[in-house]
Structure formats: C-alpha cells, structure tokens
Design a binder for this molecule. Structure first.
Ligand code: F6P
Length: 547
C-alpha cells in the first residue's frame, strides 16, 4: 500500500490548490451561471448542494481522479462482497448486510449465509418488540412494561440513542426508552430515580460483553432490581442482552432465550442496524425500524452503483480530503438545523474519529498525510450564539455541513421558516462575508463618525470564502434518518480509502482500557507507585486521600 501522496492526482491537486488560492467562491458563482445546479446531486431522500466550496469543475475532476486512483471501485466492491477489509482483525465489514434488500438471498462469509442470520435476528426483534408493546411481556409482578433502559457504550450506545432521538415524532406512546452509558454512577442513578423495577426492562448491549462501563452498569441495574423486590428467579423478566459473545452474556447471568446475536463482521460504531438497534425498535416500533433500514439500504445502493460524479458519499468524502490535506483544515463541523438531530454530530464524531483517527497505512507503514479531522458540531440555531463567531472570523478554516429538513414535524407559528432562514443565511454569510468597504458603509449609515468608522470597521470584516455543504431533505423520517447516517458511514469509508488506512479497527481505544485497569488497581489496593511518573502518583494520592 503506497501513500496517496504518490498518486498523480494528489500531486495535481497540490498544484491546483495554489492556482485556486486567490479565487473567491463568489467569483466562481459569477463565472458560472449553472453552478448552483451543476454542483448539486440527490439520493435516497437527500439533496447535496456542494456549490459553496472552494472548488471549480477542475477541482472536482481532480478529486474524482484521486478517488479512482486510490482504488475506490475495488474497495467498495470488496466491502459489499464481504472481503476481510478490516485486515488487522481479519474481518469482513458488513453493516450493509444488516440492511440488505429482501430481494437479496445470499451473502456468504466463511461459508455462512449472513443474511439468514440477519433475518432471523430481525424476527426475534419483532417478537420482543411486539411482546413489549402489546403488554404480553410482563414484569415479575405481572405488570405491563412502561420503561426500557438501554445499557451500553460507544457504538452500543450512541447510534441507537441518536436515532431514537431523531425519530421522536414516531415514538410509541406507552413505552419510554432511556439510555445509560457512563460508568459515572450519576448516570444510572439519575435514570433509575424515576423508574419502577416492576415495569422496567433493561437491554444490555455489548458486542464483546467485556466492556467495563457496560458490565458495571448492568451489575448496578441488577442490584437495583433485586433491591426493589424482583426475585432472583424472575430477573430474566427484566433483562435482555445483545452480544456476539453469548457465552459471556450467559455467564453474566443473562437468560439465553433473551440474548440477541451480533457478529464480528459488524463494527461497534456501525452496529445500530443490528440488534444493537433494539432500543430504537422498542421506541418507534419495528415497522419504523424497517423503514430506517430501507433508507440506509437506498444510500448503500446509491454508493455502490452511482457514478462518482453524482455519488454523495464520494463527493463529500473527496471534498473533505481537499480541505484536510490541501487547505490544512483541522476540523469539520456538522450543524443540523433540526432539534431532533441535535445529538447527531456526536454519533458522526464517534463514527469518523474512531474510524479514521489512524497514523498507519493498511500495510502498517506510517502515513505521510494528515488523516481524519476532528469532527464536532451541534444544533443550529443554538451554535450561532456560541461557536459560529470562530467559523466566520476565526483564523482557522472549518468546512461545515449544514443539514436541514424542509418541513417540520412541529409547526409553531413561523418558527420553521425562521430556522431554515438561519441555516441558509449562515451558509451564505460564510461564503460571501463582508468587505471593509461594506463594513465602513454600514457604520456611516448608522451615523458613526469617520474616526469611529476607521477604528471599528476592520473588526466587522468577515473574510468569507469559507466552505460549506448543505444537505436538504423533505422531512426527517425513519427512511431519511437511515439514509443520512449511511451517507456519513460511506463518506468515512471513502476518506479512509483515499488515505489508505483501515477504517474499521480501533487499537488506540483498546490501550486506554488496559491502562485504566492498572490505575484502578492502584486506587483500590496498596501498591508501590514509585516507578510511575510524579503526576500520575500525585493524582492517585489525591483520590486515595479523599476517600
Ligand atoms: O470504545 C471502544 C469500543 O470498542 C467501541 O468500538 C465499541 O462500540 C464500544 O467500545 C463498546 O464495545 P462493546 O459493544 O463490546 O461493549
């Protein structure tokens, strides 16, 4: 695997970046009357307007050459065919199989038709969800279940939480779904405070069933149930689990009939489409869960088959590389103008940063380029009164994705038009900016003296030429939520493929787990800490002294 810097398209882009350095986006619009139309593409319920980028048709041409030269076509085929593209763990990467169309009958991995497993798990989920919703599933005291608490962390938490929140308008009336992730006891304490064990079911989601936080919280939930009067023999009426390690789940005390399978070929951060998504299905019903899968499948099909110049994940991925590697952009912001998508940046942050925060090429040699940027963001308009200042006038270039539905689920007076107007005007302001002359004129119009004009005007200049994409959909539905998240999954893969890294392992996170255990042992036991650095020793002592 060689570095992408060796590719001719990479070198051409480096030269092209210099040619484009002094070009303002407003000039690109002035020079091309068709730009708004030609820098636009649609798929699976979303339209991407990428016209507000520092890119002309030559830029896009070169970026697509880079995509081709980086081997995107075989990479996509390899993923969809179940090749072990996660080379450090020798695993296939088949989240796309979890949402495969019903027409597809087989997808073989190691001699097993994974689609059979996927479909039988979906049936198992259907039974569980309908039993909960119909009231057939009862707690130990024969009461109907009113609350489901999902316990998990990382990919076994964020995706389901974010999607369940995104689909709030589709929520089932009778059951509330809650999420606990943090090992901080305050998380589970606060969640359980208002719940009654008689009417509560816990879903413990852990692919490995070995994750510290999840096992601690599951133990706490179990102790709470027993404390609240659930007899030991009836504990299984209050617990279900999702895991690829059935043996560990059983050893933990889960009843085998309440364990939903997961597979090695699904990465944690790509797993909301599996039984890890059970809390979503409980929250919105299985029909909506199937619509979510359909939306993701529609984006999969688009990614697999659309020409690259119309391919949303490819275009967004390539533009991300353009800014990360040719404009030194260190971060990328996601700003959904939709209250229900307010937590989405956190999910995409995990998805992208755990996937592409890598410094080695697939063959193990070091990268010669920057890889995954820092992903961050939050809901508009709230961010406009906080970090947008830096987007407009800061020294750093931050490419932004604006995400907005055209229709709201909650019409309140003119709120939605105001919300949408803010989304559009932020993208416009980032691009157009405000010149010194405009700033001066504004001040003069407001009656400022010439001394004030000279003093204040420079502070009001907004350079503009700051890039953004705008993603629009008719309405946020299970289908469009599914396709949106799948879009970002594939965008992540596109970038990982260009950089030549493995987007599907996470060895950096594993190290943190090991070190955490060592320090924990030092906190609770008498240990000789002399060989540790002085700062770590002092922090350990601070904790011990406070107990
Ligand atoms: O945080 C690291 C990680 O390994 C994630 O990739 C994963 O989603 C999460 O931990 C939880 O793991 P598990 O589902 O095995 O409990």
């Amino acid at each position: 695997m060689s570095s992408p810097t060796q590719l001719t398209a990479w070198q051409a882009l480096a030269q092209h970046q210099q040619d484009m350095a002094s070009v303002h986006m407003t000039e690109l619009f002035a020079d091309d009357a068709t730009r708004a139309k030609s820098f636009k593409t649609s798929a699976a319920g979303w339209t991407l307007d990428y016209s507000k980028n520092r890119a002309n048709t030559d830029t896009i041409k070169l970026l697509l050459q880079l995509v081709e030269q980086a081997g995107m076509k075989p990479a996509i085929e390899g993923m969809f065919n179940g090749e072990p593209i996660n080379n450090t763990e020798n695993r296939s990467v088949l989240h796309v199989a979890l949402r495969a169309s019903k027409a597809q009958e087989t997808l073989m991995v190691d001699g097993v038709n994974v689609l059979d497993e996927v479909r039988s798990t979906l049936k198992q989920m259907e039974t569980f969800v309908s039993q909960l919703h119909s009231g057939k599933w009862r707690g130990y005291s024969d009461k109907k279940i009113t609350d489901v608490v999902s316990i998990g962390i990382g990919g076994s938490y964020l995706g389901p939480k974010v999607v369940a929140e995104a689909l709030t308008p589709y929520k089932h009336d009778d059951i509330d779904v809650h999420f606990v992730a943090n090992i901080d006891g305050s998380d589970i304490t606060d969640k359980l405070k208002r719940l009654n064990a008689e009417t509560t079911v816990f879903i413990v989601s852990s692919k490995s069933f070995g994750t510290l936080e999840t096992l601690h919280n599951a133990n706490a939930a179990r102790a709470w149930c027993l404390d609240q009067g659930v007899p030991e023999t009836d504990i299984k009426k209050h617990f279900a689990a999702v895991s690829s390690n059935v043996e560990k789940a059983v050893n933990f005390g889960m009843a085998e009939e309440n364990i939903f399978p997961m597979w090695d070929w699904v990465g944690g951060r790509y797993s909301l489409w599996s039984a890890i998504g059970l809390p979503i299905a409980v929250a919105v019903g299985m029909d909506h869960f199937y619509e979510l899968l359909d939306g993701a499948h529609a984006m999969d099909k688009h990614f697999e088959t659309a020409p690259f110049d119309q391919n949303l994940p490819v275009i967004m991925g390539a533009l991300g590389v353009w800014y990360s590697n040719f404009h030194n952009a260190q971060t990328h912001a996601l700003i959904p103008y939709d209250h229900y998508l307010r937590a989405m940046p956190a999910h995409i942050q995990q998805l992208d940063m755990e996937s592409n925060g890598k410094a080695n090429l697939v063959d193990g040699s070091g990268v010669a380029t920057d890889t995954g940027p820092i992903i961050w963001g939050g809901a508009g308009t709230n961010g406009q009164h906080a970090y947008h200042q830096l987007l407009h006038q800061g020294t750093r270039l931050v490419p932004v994705d604006f995400i907005a539905p055209l229709k709201t689920h909650n019409p309140v007076a003119d709120h939605h038009a105001q919300l949408f107007a803010n989304c559009v005007s932020q993208a416009q302001a980032l691009m157009v900016g405000k010149s010194l002359e405009q700033a001066k004129q504004e001040l003069r119009d407001a009656g400022a003296s010439e001394t004030q004009v000279e003093e204040i005007a420079p502070h009001k200049v907004i350079p503009g030429n700051r890039p953004s994409n705008t993603l629009l959909t008719e309405q946020l539905t299970p289908f469009t939520t599914g396709s949106l998240i799948a879009l970002y999954e594939h965008r992540t893969f596109v970038q990982g493929t260009i950089w030549g890294i493995n987007s599907f392992d996470q060895w950096g996170v594993e190290l943190g787990k090991v070190l955490g255990t060592d320090i924990y042992n030092r906190l609770v036991n008498e240990t000789d800490n002399q060989q540790l650095d002085a700062s770590t020793q002092a922090l350990i002592m601070a904790f011990k002294d406070a107990q």
